[in-house]
Design a protein around this ligand. Sequence first.
Ligand SMILES: [Zn+2]
Length: 412
Amino acid sequence: MISKEDIIKRFVSYVTVDTESDPESDTTPSTAKQWDLANALVNELKAIGMQDVSIDENAYIMATLPSNVDHDVPTIGYISHFDTTPDFTGANVKPQIIENYDGKDIILNEAENIILSPDYFEDLLLYKGQTLITTDGTTLLGADDKAGICEIISAMEYLIQHPEIKHGTIRVGFTPDEEIGRGAHKFDVERFGADWAYTMDGSQIGELEYENFNAAGAKVKIKGKIVHPGYAKGKMVNSMYIATEFINALPRMETPEHTEDYQGFFHLYSIDGKVDETTLQYIIRDHDKDHFEARKEVLQKLTNDINTQYGREVVTIEISDQYFNMKEKVEPVMHIVNIAEDAMKQLNITPLIKPIRGGTDGSQLSYMGLPCPNIFAGGHNFHGRYEYVPVESMIKATEVICKIAELTAKKS
Ligand SMILES: [Zn+2]
């Protein structure tokens, strides 16, 4: 349907614009340079014939493809983000096109000896014979999530050019700042006005996700007593040793490096210690709501136990929820997952349905009233120099977008 050349041209035009977001900034978008691509996307949406194209003061873009049937069809939405992660530079991206990939090492950068190899990244072998887009080894690629934007716009263009494909009203939403956890924050769900939506922000072809972690953060402060070491007997309290007790009281195997699939964890990601005071920072993750609550109680109980043991408040803990498993909001409307699954099967794509070990904008949007599973956009190795995307996967994602719209109109 859509030509490889068109997809490549469109994708390259996006990734060559730097849109790195910045967690230190308070503005939305967090970096002014995100406007460069945002404004270009607005022009492009208008140029392909989308209606009600809008961009607000925070650079959130929305557009409509009107229904072409006379019966009532639910309004569906497609969402992706145009920022790239601050984890790795997204400036001066120089995409390389590898045609008819032979399954061997890809030299990303000869001068710096940077190689993309199936020895480390076995997934590459899934794409033998396909066209890959890679970096030149010095930047990320930005397939996360400019692949999603490319697919959504390509699908809308295709539907506009092929009115024989029947569909209801389709809404499109592009957001800034997803990579710093703020993509959904200022998303006007009511104005978007869709019954449900899909984020096109997954990885490998076939991915379809509607379960993610429940997430909380915990800041543990431990108070010691600083005294001259020469006069310390019976007086000094070293907060770092109490911190060690705290750390060791938690199950060592329930950590990210020892868990997978539906297993939750406590993740200690920072220690800042002196004799007088030590701060531990944890994140808590669990797909299961009850287990998630139980994990928070474990931390609270441990805090209380240590305080009892010392006979005073040496430990204080602040636990704050971050996001929740979208499953709770999606399960009551499971047909929205089933339609996506059917669409993939009809296109000979094997659906890979698995829980996300993280969160997405879709999880926040689901709790804001817009149920929002996540679909593959095709890229691999996000957030670094080894990022790549097979063009064939992007074409398949574009077809999935069109097929979901078609099936939604048929089923209603
Ligand atoms: Zn993303």
